[in-house]
Design a protein around this ligand. Structure first.
Ligand code: ADP
Ligand code: ZN
Length: 751
């Protein structure tokens, strides 16, 4: 296959590149990088993007598997711009298409979609743009693309360069999102014999991969499988003992940031959303039981950042490309690791730090077992039960979460300490006397005759005076009260851990505990389980690799506000205007000229032209008013690269705070800006749940900030800043608000 002649000419005229070999990989490489820089403002390829893009440049069929946020869209968008003709993209959802078309348009690339939501006029307009050869990308739903009318039209009036199939796992009924209409795509190969096919998915299992290749009849496909680890995500898995408090703790670590809370049932979605709302959070529910109109409105409010939190069933997420979701909470256990990976993977698509918290209980396993029994065919049931078992084991294990996840997808982690999970950050305490404790528990199960459940067993071990325990005369057992000094939820946790590790089994409809052969070995002291206990109020990280170093938070807020205004004005989501990475970099580097914007991540030619001048105005005005430096030497923000290095940073700060140093002293000692210090101080306040800012901010200022907060609300910094007529710094406001949040969260939710 050849690159079209016009594209070749463009290469020659654009770059004066010599074209002895038109398929010369170096030439294609250079061109791809140039286009990426020009339109997107990105400097380099992410892993496997180069390989995937070259397949499309060279018209070789391919299958590319990258995790969510890995940058799949660019793999077909960039070659589409480089190549002559029209690239057709198959996408399952209207929302997904619309989002991509908006984003491309903002980058100055002609793109459109055809789907059932268009009016006849709009459709005709798209057809005219296809005919004129102006469009570079056309998005279509599978069922529309395979219609004879569409195929004829495209064959006759367009020069189709290649076809990309997004979310390609939908073609496989081995996947979790099977869509029958995807099956019809098998016909594409024959309908467009000259166009190469490129499939993209985030689903990594080998079966699904094979199925995609077969169903699409890919020819000698190049298969690119990416690394499934997401180092920017911090995973934390905890037993659920007080759901609302636990959820609020996560939310409070992310004031004014976007987050998703997943629940299993609609009822739980409703009640959780309601409780959070009562407690003063900006939140909306989302589930399949809502009217379609309302569901859409709630989703849009979240995407457009009119609301911070969405509480949802798994119905929410597919079609959400929002890149700056900073946390995902699972209020209950998901049904499979695949599901967990996908849902939690919606956090931190922009590569910035984000937090994934999962709160489980043994009860969730029953709920799922019940639902699977009720709703699935014999065939699927076994598969679902096996997946559920794996999920359960994941929750109860004490092994690095990143490692378990990548292992599940057949990959390995090349370092021992991920630095970004509760296990590696030692938020959990592994018990040195796990064997003895396990023996106490197992022997109680044995002495109780192996016909009682987990809750009851915990009561016996804790020496409960419960009627049932006394009635069964289990206060006479030698194991009665053996663990009386341990809190109930900790003992319950250990029993669940033993079950998940296979030493105990749940049996019958009452889920009574039975000792397995492995459990018998524990009783004999031949093998020892691993047990953990959550550390009391461990300092909790709010994400993977934090990347606020050097960012002027006040300016960041200012720019965020500006982004919101642009978003409303142009009718596209804020993250389509500029991602959070770009905002942070702008607030860190503070470019003083439009030209200097070229160096900023994510700002290409089009965006520079459209709002470069206003951005620079905002930045220079800010710098003047706050006497901060402009054009700070450019530091790389590729968060992935500096990932793990910064995890020890906070300790230095925390030590100095602990010793009572003032903010100014800490700034001098560590040679950092006051803003950066405030940043760590905020984390410190959250970690130690401090409610009094007096040590850091003068009493008078604290009072003024509080007063302003009473008037304009405590939710956002900017209104308070304005209310105080810009006389108090953002860093001080942030510190006081952090304490305020803790103080409020210590009050019961229903007050
Ligand atoms: P996926 O479709 O694989 O989930 P996206 O294509 O949405 O991922 O990309 C995630 C984010 O990363 C987007 O904001 C995208 O613009 C950005 N991105 C993609 N490729 C690059 C790159 N080479 N350099 C910098 N950012 C990139
Ligand atoms: Zn880890």
């Amino acid at each position: 296959m050849q690159i079209g002649t016009a594209a070749l000419e463009a290469l020659v005229t654009d770059n004066n590149l010599s074209l002895q070999n038109p398929l010369d990989t170096d030439t294609a490489d250079t061109r791809l990088l140039e286009v990426m820089k020009q339109h997107w403002g990105y400097e380099s390829f992410r892993p496997l993007q180069r390989e995937a893009m070259l397949s499309a440049m060279h018209s070789r069929d391919s299958l590319t598997v990258l995790p969510t946020g890995g940058g799949k869209s660019l793999c077909y968008q960039v070659p589409a711009v480089c190549r002559d003709g029209l690239a057709v993209v198959v996408s399952p959802l209207i929302a997904l298409m619309k989002d991509q078309v908006d984003a491309l348009t903002e980058c100055g690339i002609p793109a459109a979609c055809v789907n059932s939501s268009l009016t006849t006029e709009e459709r005709q307009d798209v057809a005219a743009r296809v005919r004129s050869g102006e469009l570079k990308l056309l998005f279509a739903a599978p069922e529309r693309l395979v219609q004879p009318r569409t195929i004829d039209f495209l064959r006759r009036d367009a020069n189709v360069s290649f076809i990309a199939i997004d979310e390609a796992h939908c073609i496989s009924n081995w996947g979790h999102d099977f869509r029958p209409e995807y099956r019809q795509l098998g016909a594409l190969r024959d309908s467009f014999p000259d166009a190469s096919l490129h499939a993209f998915t985030a689903t990594a299992t080998e079966k699904v991969r094979q199925d995609i290749v077969n169903q699409l009849s890919l020819k000698e496909a190049e298969v690119n499988v990416g690394n499934f680890d997401r180092p920017n995500l911090f995973y934390r898995v905890e037993r659920r003992y007080d759901p609302l408090t636990q959820i609020r703790e996560v939310i409070d670590r992310h004031p004014q940031e976007s987050g998703v809370v997943y629940c299993i049932s609609r009822a739980n979605v409703e009640s959780t959303a309601e409780s959070l709302k009562q407690a003063g959070y900006s939140v909306l529910p989302y589930h399949a039981g809502l009217e379609p109109e309302q569901r859409k409105a709630h989703q849009e409010a979240f995407i457009d950042e009119q609301v911070d939190i969405i509480v949802a069933t798994v119905a929410f997420g597919m079609g959400i490309d929002k890149s700056n979701v900073r946390y995902v909470v699972h209020a209950e256990m998901p049904r499979s690791i695949e599901g967990y990976q996908q849902e939690s993977g919606r956090a931190g698509r922009d590569g910035l730090e984000a937090e994934c918290c999962l709160f489980y209980s043994g009860r969730d396993v029953h709920t799922w077992e019940f639902l699977i029994e009720q709703s699935e065919s014999e065939d699927n049931r076994q598969r679902s039960m096996a997946a559920l078992k794996k999920m359960e084991a994941f929750c109860f294990s004490a092994v690095c979460r990143h490692r378990l996840l990548v292992n599940h997808f057949g990959q390995s982690l090349d370092h021992t300490d991920c630095g970004a999970c509760d296990v590696c950050r030692q938020e959990l305490e592994t018990l040195p006397d796990a064997l003895v404790i396990s023996q106490k528990i197992l022997s109680s199960v044995y002495r109780q005759g192996q016909c009682f459940g987990a809750e009851y067993t915990a009561q016996v071990l804790r020496g409960s005076k419960n009627k049932r325990v006394l009635g069964n005369r289990h206060d006479q057992l030698t194991t009665y009260g053996l663990l009386k000094d341990e809190p109930a939820d900790v003992v319950r946790g250990w029993i669940d851990q033993l079950t998940a590790q296979g030493y105990l089994q749940r049996s019958g409809e009452h889920s009574v505990l039975v000792i397995s052969p492995e459990g018998a070995e524990v009783l004999k002291g031949q093998t020892s389980p691993a047990l953990t206990r959550p550390k009391h109020r461990a300092a909790k990280s709010s994400g993977g690799q934090a990347n606020w170093e050097g960012v002027d938070r006040g300016l960041f807020e200012e720019l965020r506000q500006f982004r919101m205004e642009l978003s409303v004005e142009r009718g596209v989501p804020p993250y389509v205007i500029l991602g959070d990475v770009s905002l942070r970099e702008l607030a860190r580097v503070r470019p003083s000229t439009v030209n200097a914007l070229t160096k900023i991540y994510g700002i290409g030619q089009q965006k520079k032209t459209e709002f470069g001048t206003s951005l620079v105005k905002k930045i220079t005005a800010w710098a003047r008013q706050h006497e901060v430096e402009l054009d700070v030497t450019h530091q790389t923000t590729t968060t992935r690269a500096k990932s793990r290095a910064s995890s020890g940073q906070s300790e230095k700060y925390f030590d100095l705070f602990e010793q009572g140093y003032s903010r100014q002293d800490v700034a001098v000692q560590l040679d950092r800006s006051l803003d950066t210090v405030a940043n760590y101080l905020e984390q410190y306040i959250e970690a130690h749940r401090l409610t009094d800012a007096a040590q850091w901010v003068s009493a008078e200022i604290v009072d003024r900030i509080r007063e302003a907060g009473e008037q304009v609300g405590f939710g956002r910094l900017k209104p308070i800043f304005e209310q105080l007529e810009r006389s108090v710094g953002y860093d001080e406001i942030r510190i006081v608000l952090a304490c305020e949040r803790i103080a409020r969260s210590e009050q019961p939710a229903d007050q």
